[in-house]
Design a binder for this molecule. Structure first.
Ligand SMILES: C[S@@+](CC[C@H](N)C(=O)[O-])C[C@H]1O[C@@H](n2cnc3c(N)ncnc32)[C@H](O)[C@@H]1O
Length: 242
């Protein structure tokens, strides 16, 4: 059996009981090292930690273990279906031996970073929104920019994942520049870093003042729509937004 689980944004209280049970029952945990570190050790359980760039290898390894009769949990942060391991596992199944299609594979959801960040702020995702990954590792940069412009132009609030990394230092600055002709300068921009973890840091600013240096690999950038606004210390998008 292969469970693909999401451990949520960081706070253990935000992990579902279903995921906690699957992790406790697994003989093998497979995942990116820092996500595995969030799972309390259990005697007899084997951990297969790896780098975050080898998702398909990791997926194949997990499937091979499951095929051999082992109980395996593939661990993702947030939700496993949002820019995470669930797609990698199904991609490996598609390209792999026919037997892998008959494995007992279960996807157990988790709280994605955009929901944890939105809850801290109020209700910025209260009307139409979309999630985009700013990473151009798996799609061309022109596609990233095209989708960003289209989403902003169509009035979506945008939850921007993977805004920056050591290998992708300039893309967030370029993305903000691309949005400036489309959205008003006072559009709300939020840099929500390490949400629900001890080092959480949340900065609410505007498109005119947004500084890409506020983001790191643990940051979700929320880009408001023209309707997103403040009420007291909260930020929300009314459900009646045009
Ligand atoms: C590979 S994606 C994984 C997303 C994850 N599956 C989810 O549903 O949250 C990694 C990106 O998620 C975002 N992220 C994950 N956890 C976060 C947190 N606790 N606070 C803010 N952003 C987070 C960041 O944008 C980070 O670069």
């Amino acid at each position: 059996m292969l469970s693909i689980v999401g451990v949520g944004p960081g706070d253990p209280a935000l992990q579902t009981p279903q995921v906690t049970q699957a992790l406790a029952e697994a003989a093998h945990l497979v995942g990116y090292g820092p996500y595995l570190d969030r799972v309390p050790p259990r005697p007899g359980q084997q951990r297969h930690g790896s780098d975050n760039r080898v998702e398909l290898d990791r997926a194949r390894h997990a499937l091979a273990l499951a095929e051999a009769g082992e109980r395996v949990a593939v661990v993702s942060g947030g939700d496993p279906g949002v820019f995470a391991m669930a797609s990698a596992v199904f991609e490996a199944v598609e390209a792999g031996p026919a037997e892998w299609r008959d494995l007992d594979i279960r996807v157990l959801p988790g709280i994605s970073a955009m929901f944890a960040a939105a809850a801290r702020l109020g209700a910025p995702l209260g009307h139409d929104f979309c999630a985009l990954s700013l990473s151009d590792n798996l799609k061309p940069w022109d596609t990233v920019l095209g989708r960003l412009r289209a989403a902003a132009g169509a009035g979506f609030v945008i939850a921007l994942y993977n805004p920056t990394s050591r290998a992708r230092p300039w893309q967030l600055g370029a993305a903000l520049e691309a949005l400036r002709p489309i959205l008003p300068p006072h559009t709300a921009i939020v840099f929500a870093t390490a949400v629900t973890r001890p080092d959480e840091r949340i900065t609410v600013t505007t498109l005119a003042n947004a500084d890409p240096a506020l983001a790191d690999m643990r940051t979700l950038v929320l880009i408001g729509s023209a309707a997103t606004r403040a009420v007291g210390r909260w930020l929300y998008t009314p459900r009646s937004a045009a």
